[in-house]
Structure formats: structure tokens, C-alpha cells
Design a binder for this molecule. Structure first.
Ligand SMILES: Cc1cc2nc3c(=O)[nH]c(=O)nc-3n(C[C@H](O)[C@H](O)[C@H](O)COP(=O)(O)OP(=O)(O)OC[C@H]3O[C@@H](n4cnc5c(N)ncnc54)[C@H](O)[C@@H]3O)c2cc1C
Length: 425
């Protein structure tokens, strides 16, 4: 176990972290190693929600936001084409409209340029931050630096990546463009003749058991004194500049500070602290094909023009879907992921006969500008926010935790954090 430090005089001592997904757990780990007394409020198992079923990518070159120039033209297909990259349930249209309007605005060329500049300091530090946390958690073997591979099945879909490649070049992302033979050399089990072009980011990491990584972070936090409070938080009441009360379904307790890291459910807690935030969810599905003993892939392979990612997880290959805009209350619609099966089986013949062992849905906590909310409440000095990581919550969890650790301790910020402030909308 690493040494636990003592917080500086005048710094908070007791901290409630709301949400035990990968973000909240990483935050709890960093804070507890800095000597704070942390209670992690998580109503379920640690890391068992959205953070358990993702594609496992720590994508260090992800400087392209979700909304890009031309997004407005794509919106009708969200509603009318069940096979598009994102699907919007008509019954949810009015509720998500304010988010959608900001999403469209975030796709202008100028906004995309500034969003990419704000993503860069986060994604470029993401692996180093995870390696620091896996180091103290003795969980180094949970992350492999095998890179992130995107493949394209047509010349036209690859040509559409010109904007993304230019953005990556501008931000110094290490990537290479691959032809069919080079893709085959990296992933020989992909079907021949399907992948015409590829983009490979070799420095990205892969976690083949995301829940295992979060639980390893929690185990280390627990050794440093963090307690898991398995209760449902109902209300946060900032009662003074130095106190905040957390009310759950079973207790009311006062802390020196609180960190809201409740993923897609964070908005209500921000509002209770006086901060309105534009947060919704881009739901995502996965289907898991049982492993038959032979590894089929070495790394996640994203098929942007087919709208799925194939990831070699610890218990089989996961096929992971794009977005569904339908809020946190609607039941899953697994037709979304089932429609992708034929294309996935064509791309990776090794799963053609594999048994489907699981269908799963999670809630990406998404802001319209693809940037997380990381920072201090403008209304309460002892309220901190760490949510809204959308497609990049696994990637950005460790760097978010380090930034929150610095803010709580009042350390100087390592780079401009104004793009992540809660009151930017
Ligand atoms: C299909 C899919 C694929 C993805 N692929 C990737 C990828 O390859 N790489 C990547 O970086 N990201 C990926 N993501 C995104 C990533 O999984 C999420 O951004 C991340 O898991 C969010 O983590 P979180 O801790 O913020 O939220 P969560 O994991 O949702 O955790 C929030 C926790 O808060 C708890 N909670 C909520 N309300 C309360 C309450 N009132 N009281 C107590 N507890 C409460 C919940 O139980 C939950 O456990 C993917 C997401 C999906 C859906």
C-alpha cells in the first residue's frame, strides 16, 4: 500500500463522493491517497453500471467531438433511419430539444476547433494518469497499450475522415493510415476484403474487463480508508461555505465537501447546489459473444461506417453500438444492437457461430459539446463536479480524478480548466 498523505490545514477533511462508476471511484482513490476521509455513495456494486459495459478503449487521440460540421443534416436520419450512427426516439424529442440545439451549435467549425483544443490536454494525459492509478493499485496488468484501430469498408467513408485526420495532426496525435494489408497484419482474423482503410493510434490503451479496473481502483481506495456506502442519495444540501449535507434513503450526514460523479444522474444533484447543467444521455448497447478459447482480436476495432466497435473482452467479443437518445427512464430497445449482428459476423467470421451470452445497455453521461464537467461549483466552494464524460468516461476517469484532487487541495491548475466549467451552457 502507498503512503497516505495528510491534507493541508484549512483543507476539507471529510468528503462524500456521489457515484461509484469509474469516474467517482478514481476520484475516491486519488482523494483517499491524499489523506481525505472519503465515503463513496454508490447504490449498487462498484463499477457495475455504465462503466462495466463499454468498449474498453483509453483513446488518447480522441480530439474529435461527437457533433461535427454537417451535424444538422444528420439529425433527420437520427429520427427516421434506425440504422444511423445515432437514433432518437420520437417520444423523447421535445425533452431533448434544448440539448439537441446546443449539440447542433457545437458542430460549427469554430466550435469544433475550440472543443478539440479543450479535449487535447485531457486525452493526451489520459494514459499517464491511468498508469499512475494502476501503479498504486497494483493493477498494471489491467491495461494493455495495444492501440485503437478504426477501419473503413469503403473509399468514400475513409475520405470523410479527412477533417478528423487534420484535427489529429493539428493536435499532435500519433496515428498512421493503414491499407488493407497493414490492417490484416494487425488483426488477421478480420474477414479479408472487408476493411479497405484504417487509422491506427498506437498509444491508446485497452481494458478488457472495465469493471475489474474500477474494482481494483476501489480496493486500493478502501485500503486508504474509503468506505462504500451502498445507499441511494436523494438530496445534497449545501448548508454553509464549509458544510454540505448528504441525505440518502437511510441517513443524513454532513461533510466538509462533496464530489458529484453520478454519471447520467448528476444533473439533479447539480441543481440542488444551484447549478443548472445541460446533461442528457447517449445510451449505448453491447452484445457479448461467448469466447471459444481462441483470441480473435488483439485490440478494439471500430467500424465507424458500420456504427459498431468489436472489442476482445475477458469473456468474449463485445459488439458495442452507437448512440440512442431516449433518456434514462425508457426501457432498452435491443433491436438497435441486434440489427448490427449480420455486419459484425461478416467482419469477424470467428463470431459467426458464437453464442450470444449477454445483451446490455448503458447510459453515456453526455453534454452537447462532448466536454466533461470538471470543476468547482460557482456557488459553493466545497462542491465539486466530475461528470458528463460521454463517450470518454473510461479514458478520462483517471485524469479527472487527478484534477479534482488538485482542486480540492487548492493546488495550481495544470492547464486552463475553464472549458469544463459547469456554467458554460
Ligand atoms: C456502449 C458504450 C461504449 C463505451 N465505450 C467507451 C470506451 O471505449 N472508452 C471510454 O472512455 N468510454 C466509453 N464509454 C463511456 C463510458 O463508459 C462512460 O462515460 C463512463 O462509464 C461514465 O462513468 P461514470 O462513472 O461517470 O458513470 P457511471 O458508470 O454511470 O457511474 C455513475 C454511478 O452513479 C450511481 N448513482 C447514480 N445515482 C445515484 C444515487 N442517487 N445514489 C447513489 N448512487 C447513484 C450509479 O449507480 C452509477 O454506478 C462507453 C459507453 C457505452 C454506453
Amino acid at each position: 500500500m502507498t503512503q497516505t498523505l495528510t491534507p493541508a490545514a484549512g483543507s476539507p477533511r471529510t468528503i462524500a463522493v456521489i457515484g461509484g462508476g469509474v469516474v467517482g471511484t478514481a476520484v475516491a482513490l486519488v482523494l483517499s491517497t491524499k489523506g481525505y476521509q472519503v465515503k463513496l455513495f454508490e447504490q449498487g456494486d462498484i463499477g457495475a453500471g455504465t462503466s462495466s459495459g463499454n468498449a474498453g478503449g483509453i483513446v488518447t487521440g480522441a480530439v474529435l467531438p461527437t457533433a461535427t460540421p454537417g451535424v444538422l443534416r444528420a439529425i433527420p436520419s437520427y429520427i427516421f433511419n434506425p440504422d444511423s450512427a445515432a437514433v432518437l426516439r420520437p417520444s423523447y424529442f421535445l425533452r431533448i430539444l434544448p440539448w439537441l440545439l446546443r449539440f447542433i451549435a457545437a458542430g460549427s467549425p469554430q466550435r469544433v476547433a475550440s472543443i478539440a483544443s479543450a479535449l487535447e490536454p485531457l486525452v493526451s494525459r489520459a494514459m499517464k494518469a491511468h498508469l499512475a492509478l494502476t501503479g498504486i493499485s497494483k493493477a498494471q496488468d489491467r491495461i494493455d497499450t495495444v492501440g485503437w484501430l478504426k477501419v473503413y469498408t469503403s473509399d468514400a467513408s475513409f475520405a470523410e475522415t479527412a477533417f478528423e485526420r487534420e484535427l489529429m495532426r493539428r493536435h499532435g496525435v500519433n496515428f498512421s493510415v493503414l491499407n488493407a494489408e497493414e490492417i490484416e497484419a494487425l488483426e488477421p482474423k478480420l474477414a479479408k476484403g472487408v476493411c479497405k482503410h484504417g487509422i491506427f493510434q498506437p498509444e491508446s490503451g485497452f481494458v478488457n474487463f472495465p469493471k475489474g479496473l474500477t474494482q481494483a481502483y476501489f480496493e486500493c481506495a478502501r485500503e486508504h480508508g474509503t468506505q462504500h456506502i451502498r445507499e441511494t442519495v436523494q438530496e445534497l444540501r449545501p448548508s454553509s461555505a464549509v458544510n454540505i449535507t448528504v441525505k440518502t434513503d437511510r441517513r443524513t450526514e454532513t461533510f466538509d465537501a462533496v464530489v458529484v460523479a453520478a454519471g447520467a444522474w448528476s444533473k439533479q444533484f447539480a441543481r440542488q447546489c444551484g447549478d443548472d447543467v445541460c446533461l442528457d444521455t447517449e445510451r449505448g448497447y453491447h452484445m457479448s459473444f461467448r469466447a471459444n478459447g481462441k483470441p480473435l482480436l488483439t485490440r478494439p476495432v471500430s467500424f465507424p461506417d458500420q456504427h459498431f466497435v468489436l472489442s476482445p473482452m475477458h469473456d468474449g467479443v463485445s459488439m458495442v453500438s452507437g448512440d440512442e437518445l431516449a433518456g434514462v427512464d425508457a426501457p432498452p430497445d435491443f433491436r438497435r444492437i441486434r440489427r448490427l449482428v449480420p455486419a459484425a459476423r461478416r467482419a469477424l467470421p470467428g463470431i459467426a457461430d458464437a453464442e450470444v451470452q449477454r445483451e446490455w445497455m448503458g447510459y453515456r453521461p453526455s453534454t452537447p459539446d462532448s466536454l466533461p464537467v470538471i470543476g468547482r461549483s460557482p456557488h459553493h466552494r466545497n462542491v465539486f463536479y466530475a461528470f458528463g464524460h460521454g463517450h470518454l468516461g473510461l479514458t478520462l476517469s483517471a485524469i479527472t480524478a487527478q484534477l479534482i484532487g488538485g482542486l480540492v487541495a487548492d493546488d495550481p491548475v495544470p492547464f486552463d480548466m475553464t472549458p469544463y466549467r459547469i456554467n458554460r451552457f
